[in-house]
Design a protein around this ligand. Structure first.
Ligand code: AMP
Length: 193
């Protein structure tokens, strides 16, 4: 799986509900990339009842961002443990410009610069519909309609500016995230070649 010419150090970027987690999982399973998702890590902490999980839980329930230093500390720890493997896909990080700056420093320290940022493009109406469907299936408390509105507003105000910051340093490509999962996966693999 190694050395097949794929771009292997990625950020999967996009709003909540755009399919980042699903696509990152597929890249982990089929391309052997390490899937690094602070949202999943925080949910694990919360389920295990750690101090970090308790601290993060009120932010998560309200759809607000957990403070940068907490998130960056968690990612630093994971990278220092060698979690980058033969390649990695970041899902849900960075979400602020401060996080993006910290990420670039961390990656410089381990000499693993980013190859690519892939943006999953999905219109807002479709996101709202998907998240409300997921709310019925997975019962994620932050998929409730009032919290979804907050998460989308935070994405627009705090996370979208990260793209302009990264675009100065790393190639950015946008693909449509409105298609069946397998089709989006094919488009994603095409841009990694
Ligand atoms: P996600 O599963 O990526 O939608 O993340 C769920 C929640 O975890 C978010 O709504 C935030 O409360 C928190 N979270 C995940 N990633 C980050 C991040 N990079 N920065 C701040 N908070 C985050």
């Amino acid at each position: 799986m190694e050395g097949n010419g794929l771009k292997r150090n990625l950020i999967l970027f996009g709003p909540p509900g755009s399919g980042k987690g699903t696509q990152a999982d597929l890249l982990q399973r089929h391309q052997g990339l390490e899937h690094i998702a602070p949202g999943d890590m925080l949910r694990e902490h919360r389920a295990a009842g750690t101090e970090l999980g308790k601290m993060a839980s009120s932010y998560m329930a309200a759809g607000k961002l957990v403070p940068d230093e907490v998130i960056v500390g968690m990612i630093r720890h994971r990278l220092e443990q060698g979690a980058v493997g033969t390649g990695f896909v970041l899902d849900g990080f960075p979400r602020t410009v401060a996080q993006a700056r910290a990420l670039q420093e961390l990656l410089a320290q381990i000499d693993r610069p980013l190859d690519l940022v892939v943006v999953l493009d999905v219109p807002t109406e479709e996101l709202v519909e998907r998240l409300s469907r997921r709310s019925g299936v997975e019962h994620r408390e932050d998929d409730r309609p009032e919290v979804v509105t907050e998460r989308l507003a935070i994405y627009r105000d705090q996370t979208e500016p990260v793209l302009a910051y990264l675009a100065d340093q790393v190639p950015v490509v946008k693909i449509s995230g409105v298609a069946p999962v397998a089709e989006v996966n094919s488009s994603l693999l095409r841009v990694l070649l």
